[in-house]
Design a protein. Structure first.
Length: 291
């Protein structure tokens, strides 16, 4: 009987050692598996796209109809064209429209409507860098009223002078880009108004737009921001003199040169940071919102 009890004790000891060994191996295996999973997880972290990249992932680039197009004049840039593309965005509690995705991943936007008639320059000078009266007003008076101003970045605005009624949009863009002004707020250029049109056959150049203005306004979403019965200032001065600035007329989108000391509609333009995130669909009912 005693030998039988010793045998049972020996068997129990073997069983206990075996169970402990199995548990030890399981613990080591689990720890190794966890370490491996953590390493894999860290190696596969997906960074959420921001700025223009985020928008390009949400929107298909098109070649016809209303929508987002690759800019054929400036590489790496995308622009909204057409009568009413889905480029609505809410900013500072107001409705704005996306003009473009820039090559530096910022997003250029303009207010959906004028903030009122304001003189471009009270001294009648079309030099934005003087600075012009409107330049100072937008920077010092208007910009501080906006919420989410931390989402706005300083950027170069093209302010080069434009030749009246020219028929070479590429040359016009080069002229505009030849002079820049760094700021957090500005206006559209004359060429940006032209490039927002899908009817390139009749409306792509300054000359074509003005020859066919009764048609061109219907395929250009920017025309909707022009005050009824008035004009919308651009930032583009007339190259032929020192006192005229181009403005878009409510009379079907005619590009006219207006004395700088006149009061026309002001539609502010901003660049949103490349760090922003976006939600929404870009429609007027469900505009993009900033994350």
């Amino acid at each position: 009987m005693r030998r039988h009890r010793r045998r049972n004790k020996k068997q129990r000891k073997i069983v206990i050692i075996s169970v402990c060994s199995v548990l030890l191996f399981m613990t080591i295996g689990y720890a190794a598996m966890q370490t491996n999973l953590e390493i894999k997880a860290k190696g596969n972290v997906i960074k959420k796209s921001t700025g223009g990249e985020a928008l390009l992932e949400m929107v298909d680039v098109v070649t016809s109809g209303d929508g987002l197009y690759a800019d054929t004049y400036e590489e790496g840039r995308y622009i909204y064209k057409g009568a009413n593309p889905n480029n609505y965005i809410t900013f500072s509690g107001e409705t704005w429209r996306i003009i473009s995705v820039e090559s530096d991943n910022t997003i250029k936007i303009m207010r959906n409507e004028s903030i009122g008639d304001i003189t471009w320059d009270t001294n009648g000078n079309n030099n934005w860098t003087r600075p012009a009266t409107l330049n100072t007003y937008l920077k010092d008076t208007y910009l501080p009223t906006l919420s989410n101003s931390d989402k706005v970045v300083s950027h170069n605005y093209s302010i080069g002078a434009v030749t009246w009624d020219n028929n070479d949009l590429s040359a016009q863009i080069n002229d505009e880009n030849g002079t820049t002004w760094n700021s957090k707020v500005g206006l559209i250029t004359a060429s940006e108004y032209l490039r927002a049109n899908t009817n390139t056959a009749q409306c792509e150049t300054f000359s074509l737009n003005n020859d066919n203005y009764s048609t061109c306004h219907s395929t250009n979403w920017m025309y909707g921001a022009v005050p009824s019965g008035g004009y919308m200032w651009t930032i583009s001065p007339n190259a032929s003199n020192s006192y005229n600035v181009f403005s878009v007329g409510s009379y079907r989108g005619f590009l006219d040169d207006i004395y700088a000391d006149n009061s026309d509609g002001v539609v502010p333009v901003l660049y949103l940071s490349s760090d922003i995130t976006l939600q929404g669909e870009g429609t007027s009912q469900t505009p993009y919102t900033l994350g």
